[in-house]
Every structure is written in structure tokens, then in C-alpha cells.
Design a protein around this ligand. Structure first.
Ligand code: WTA
Length: 637
């Protein structure tokens, strides 16, 4: 494929940016017109951030899978689309060409149809990182069903919440998943979730681990049996459902500052154009590149930069089932070497954890195929940036530090590999079409360079969220009500003298633990489920590997004979309610929490204590009980 909109020089970047601001509609419609549409759109953009209403390419008809699969068959049919590397390096890898992937998607789309899945139905996908996960995602999109992928590390309760919110009648899962030396019993977790979800009619189960599972008659069916049925029906085709550009493509749940995750909604047309555009430009994709994004498809990074962005660009992607440190800390480098990966996209937390194993696992492998390195999910500290640059990229690979969010659909701020300059720990400049603005607490613009503020975006881009599923008001409140006429990201940011952006972290009650978003209220709700817990307050603190760790202050009124056991108990409660990723790293028992006279917990104080900055607590005299602060300070873990 060729990409007429690929930016190849700083001047082209400047020109594209300038055009995208002067004439956003002309800019995006010329990019969008290079895709395959069943019917052209009527109106390029309609928007009002107050409501919010955001429509891109409205009236245009398309199916994203035709753009990811069908349109490549002629020229790229025999090119690998997905190279699947299993958890265990001893197991054989699999290669799916574009033709193979097309056939499998079409086949599974027919399975979904046989099971009465219709356009607009929500399909929950809870699987490990196997090719069938991508196939299930694309098959849903093929028939216009809305997929909601739930990360394989979430608990039964988290799945039940998501199923209920989306009213999903269909679930696709595996018997189990391999992750490092662990086997995760996915189907059994689904069974636990479904106790609370009687509306689920069908569960399709792929065989992966051969873990024994119980199959419920009338509800559960095997993936393999369903495929056989389709084969005997003998219809190898599945016409792509005609979708409006603004029809929903998927829901992806993410944490916010309230207790309940929200279902971020992306639509077909704009998301397709934006993920492709950002992929091709940020990573400077060239035909022949082998792209390896280490994220899980259960997160937005996997949706946008394993599935839709790369496939729509005709890329060969590596899909990895396992973890970076098993069987040893050379696993990523082993994969880079084995498949001659050219683009590697990973998270700072993975880099930091691998740094800890020294250089031997790196030096064992030939990494000379690498051309571009990327990071995502959290700020990257300079030390990790330099290690990545020196030992992985051997100082010859540009590093793109890509800032974006589940809500933004794709990368908004990043350098373009080898085209615009990098600056360690800075995401640098906005992509064309993205108009960032910094504001102070009152929403007043902080203009000029060398300043900081809260990061907002003042003009729509095609990949942005349209709503939160089932609750549009929540979307307005969360993103569009804090500042008039602006999309508020929830991130703090500084802009240096040259106009480069550096994201400094969340300014709301959201934590970023190993690149995963976790709401403090969510963790508190889970901790409070423990019978002995009276009240809790959760804050983040700097953590060498995870970026942020979870620090919980807990008022406990049960049997405290064995403090260590109670801690374990509370942690396992959180694990059961949310998932292991949300387990607190530190639990400090306290007799009270610092509260204002109106009963509000002063998190600012707790944050300072957790960060070890006990001399910077500020004014505590307005507290209901200032004495409690002393006690908490003294008991700090
Ligand atoms: C943070 C992940 C600094 C940020 C794609 C954002 C980053 C949140 C970066 C979104 C980066 C992501 N530098 N911080 N390059 N990328 N973040 O929705 O706080 O899982 O708001 O999307 O991660 O997390 P989410």
C-alpha cells in the first residue's frame, strides 16, 4: 500500500499541521477518501462540545473489516498479517496471511450469525492473546456487532459489571490462557460472572489450555464445533454489514474518578481513519516492516495498534501471548531476533522491569533489524529512555513517546519517527489535526511556551470518543463539563520553550499502575467490601518499576491478631473484585483519616505522606482532627 498522507519531513509536518487547523474538513476528507467506502459521506464534520455531539463522515457507509482485509487480498493476500508467538517458546508459532485471516474472520462471522448475533448486539470477548481474539474482534465488526473486549486479567465481578452495563447477550472466551508459568482459567471466571448475568444466551469457548471446564447445556458451545457447523453449511462468504460511519464499532471500559468504569464508545469511520493515519505517520511504516506491539488487545493500545491501525495499513504484526520475563527476561529480544522485528512498541514499565535484569538477556540476541522504537501508557523517565535508546535501539532507532488515551482512539501527541525530533521524557508535538491547549483551574488558557497547566483539546479529531455507553450525560460530565467547549484529558502537562509537550500525569483521582488506568474510588470500593474494613482511602506513590504504586490507608475494626494476614486478605479481596492489577502495594492501618469539617477526605495530605514528602503537608488546621495526621505520618510504611 502507499500512503499519500505519510509525512516525510519537518516541512511536510508543518504544512500538514497548518492545513489541518485552517481547513480540518478538507484535511481529513482527503485522507478518508483513500479508504474503501461503500457510499461516500455527506458531511465531513458536525460538532458541538457542549452536548457533546461529534460526527465525522456522517452518512458515509463502510465496513472497517473491508478496509483491514478485503482490500488487501489482491496485492497482499499471501503476506503475513499476523505472526503469532505463543507463550512457550517451545510451542510452534503460527502465521496467518491476509488471505488466511480473511477466511477465518468470514468463517467466524458466520458462526456469530448462526448464533443469532445481529448488528448492534454487544459481544463480550474475554480471551488470552491468541489469533482467535483478533478474529473474534474482526468477525464482530464484520457483521456490525459491537465488541467489548475485557482484559483477561479482570475478575468475574469486573466482567459481570461490564456485561450488565452493555447488556451483552454473547460471550466469547477460551477454556484458559497461558501467561508465563501461569494458567488462567478464563472459562471458569466467566462462569462465576454469569451467575449475575442471566441474560447471557450464548458462550462460545475456544480450546487453548485444555483446562477442564464445565459446559452449560443450551448456553455454552465450543468454538471448534461451531466452525464445523459452518463448514458443513458450505458458505465461505460473509458479506460485510453496511455500517454508517457513526455506527458504534466497539465499547472499551476504562477507569475514571468514580467507582464504576465507563464504556468508552468508538465509531466505525473516524476511528478507522485516525488509527491508520496515526500509525502510518508516528511509526513511519514502510512496506516490509514487521511491527511488534507488546500490549494486550484487552487495552486500547491493542485495539488501535495491533488490530485496526496496522491491519488497515496492510502490516505484518507480531501477536505475543506471553509475558516479557518468562521463561527469562530475554523474551522480547528473542522475538525481535526471531521475526526480524523492525518496529517495537511497548510500555515504560516493561522497559524498567527488563532493565533490572542487566544486559546479558539483551546481548544474547541480534536486534539489528529494529528501526523504530515506541513507548506508550505512562510518562517515560529519562533513565529508561536512555537505556532503551542505547541498548535496544543501539542509538540508531528513533524513539516515539506516544501520548494518548482510551478516549482519544489513537495517538495525539508524539514525535514522528525520524522525521520530527525526539526529546527524552517529552511526547513532543501534536499530530496534524490535534489542537492542544493548556488551561489553569479556572479554565483560563495558559498561553505561550515554558508553561504548564491542565491538558485539553479544543477541536475534534476523527478518532475521539463519541459517548460513554448507555449514559451520554456521564460522557459530558467527565470530559466536556470541566472546561467550557474543551475536551479535558485529565492529564497535567507542561510545554517547554520550543512548544514540546511533556505529560506529567493525571490530575484527577486516577492512578497509572504499570501503564494501566485504575480509579482510586474503584480500589476503595473493593477494599471496603472486606467485612473488617470501616473506611479506606487510596492514593498513588512513585514506584520504581510500576511508575505508580497503590497505597491504601485503611480503618479496620476486625480481628487484627495477624496484621500480615489481614493485609493479604484485603489484597485478595481487591483481586477478587477487580483483578490482580488493582492489588494495593502498601496497606497502612490507621485509626482515622484526615477529613475536612464537611467530611471530605483530604487526599492531598495522604498523597504527600505516601510520597514521603511529610514536610510538605501544607495547612492542616482546617481538619476535623489534625492529630490524626501525626499518627498517619508516624505509621508510614
Ligand atoms: C497516560 C493508554 C505520559 C496518561 C494509551 C493518559 C501517558 C493515560 C502516555 C491513558 C505518555 C499514556 N506519556 N503519559 N506517552 N501515554 N499516558 O486510557 O495519563 O489506558 O491519560 O490509554 O495514560 O491511559 P489509557
Amino acid at each position: 500500500m502507499s500512503f499519500p498522507y505519510q509525512i516525510r519531513s519537518v516541512d511536510q509536518y508543518k504544512a500538514a499541521y497548518e492545513q489541518s487547523v485552517r481547513d480540518p474538513e478538507g484535511f481529513w476528507s482527503s485522507i478518508a477518501s483513500t479508504f474503501q467506502w461503500q457510499k461516500p459521506w455527506e458531511k465531513t464534520l458536525e460538532w458541538d462540545f457542549k452536548k457533546p455531539t461529534i460526527k465525522w463522515f456522517a452518512g458515509g457507509k463502510l465496513n472497517i473489516t473491508e478496509n483491514c482485509l478485503d482490500r488487501h487480498l489482491d496485492k497482499l493476500g499471501n503476506q503475513p498479517a499476523i505472526i503469532w508467538e505463543p507463550n512457550d517458546p517451545e510451542e510452534h508459532h503460527r502465521v496467518l496471511t491476509y488471505r488466511d485471516l480473511y477466511n477465518k474472520v468470514v468463517q467466524f462471522a458466520n458462526v456469530l450469525k448462526n448464533n443469532d448475533v445481529k448488528k448492534g448486539d454487544r459481544v463480550c470477548i474475554y480471551m488470552g492473546m491468541v489469533p482467535e481474539l483478533a478474529i473474534a474482534v474482526l468477525a464482530s465488526a464484520r457483521i456490525g456487532a459491537i465488541h467489548s473486549v475485557v482484559f483477561g486479567g479482570f475478575s468475574a465481578q469486573s466482567i459481570a459489571d461490564r456485561l450488565q452495563d452493555a447488556q451483552a447477550r454473547f460471550v466469547i472466551t477460551c477454556d484458559g490462557a497461558f501467561r508465563g508459568n501461569k494458567e488462567i482459567p478464563l472459562k471458569s471466571v466467566i462462569d462465576d460472572a454469569l451467575v449475575q448475568c442471566p441474560f447471557v444466551e450464548r458462550v462460545i469457548v475456544l480450546t487453548r489450555t485444555r483446562t477442564p471446564v464445565s459446559m452449560i447445556k443450551g448456553r455454552d458451545t465450543w468454538w471448534e464445533d461451531e466452525i464445523k457447523k459452518v463448514e458443513t453449511q458450505g458458505s465461505p462468504d460473509c458479506p460485510a454489514e453496511v455500517m454508517d460511519a457513526e455506527d458504534m464499532l466497539f465499547i472499551l471500559y476504562t477507569s475514571g474518578s468514580t467507582g464504576k468504569p465507563k464504556g468508552v464508545v468508538h465509531t466505525c469511520g473516524g476511528y478507522m481513519v485516525y488509527t491508520n493515519y496515526s500509525f502510518v505517520n508516528v511509526f513511519q511504516y514502510q512496506p516490509g516492516d514487521i511491527h511488534f506491539c507488546t500490549a494486550d488487545i484487552g487495552w486500547i493500545t491493542g485495539h488501535s495498534y495491533i488490530v485496526y491501525g496496522p491491519l488497515s495499513a496492510g502490516v505484518t504484526s507480531v501477536l505475543f501471548e506471553g509475558v516479557p520475563t518468562w521463561p527469562d527476561a530475554g523474551r522480547f529480544w528473542d522475538i525481535v531476533d526471531k521475526y526480524k522485528v523492525t518496529i517495537l512498541y511497548t510500555a515504560p514499565t516493561a522497559i524498567r522491569s527488563l532493565m533490572g535484569f542487566g544486559l546479558e538477556p539483551v546481548q544474547r540476541h541480534d536486534l539489528s533489524s529494529l528501526k523504530v522504537l515506541g513507548t506508550v501508557g505512562e510518562p517515560i523517565n529519562e533513565e529508561a529512555w536512555h537505556w532503551y535508546d542505547e541498548h535496544i535501539g543501539k542509538r540508531k532507532c528513533p524513539i516515539v513517546d506516544t501520548w494518548w488515551q482510551t478516549e482519544t482512539g489513537g495517538i495525539l501527541i508524539s514525535n514522528l519517527a525520524g522525521v520530527t525530533p525526539a526529546k527524552p521524557s517529552f511526547a513532543t508535538l501534536p499530530l496534524p489535526g490535534i489542537q492542544p491547549i493548556l488551561v489553569d483551574e479556572n479554565g483560563k488558557e495558559v498561553a505561550g511556551n515554558g508553561v504548564s497547566g491542565n491538558l485539553c483539546i479544543k477541536f475534534p479529531w476523527p478518532g475521539m470518543l463519541r459517548t460513554t455507553y448507555g449514559d451520554h450525560e456521564r460522557c459530558r460530565q467527565n470530559y466536556f463539563a470541566t472546561y467550557d467547549n474543551l475536551y479535558f484529558t485529565g492529564d497535567g502537562c507542561l510545554r517547554d520553550e520550543e512548544g514540546n509537550y511533556r505529560i506529567t500525569g493525571r490530575v484527577d483521582d486516577v492512578l497509572n499502575v504499570s501503564g494501566h488506568r485504575i480509579g482510586t474510588a474503584e480500589v476503595e470500593n473493593a477494599i471496603n467490601m472486606h467485612t473488617g474494613v470501616v473506611e479506606s482511602a487510596v492514593v498513588g506513590y512513585p514506584h520504581d518499576i510500576k511508575g505508580q504504586g497503590i497505597y491504601a490507608f485503611v480503618i479496620f475494626q476486625g480481628n487484627m491478631q495477624d496484621e500480615k494476614l489481614v493485609r493479604l486478605d484485603i489484597a485478595s479481596t481487591v483481586s477478587r473484585i477487580i483483578g490482580p492489577i488493582a492489588k494495593p502495594d502498601k496497606i497502612q492501618f490507621v485509626s482515622g483519616l484526615p477529613k475536612t469539617r464537611s467530611g471530605k477526605i483530604m487526599r492531598r495530605i495522604l498523597r504527600k505522606i505516601a510520597e514521603g514528602e511529610t514536610d510538605k503537608l501544607g495547612d492542616t488546621t482546617t481538619l476535623l482532627d489534625p492529630g490524626v495526621v501525626e499518627e498517619i505520618k508516624n505509621g508510614k510504611l
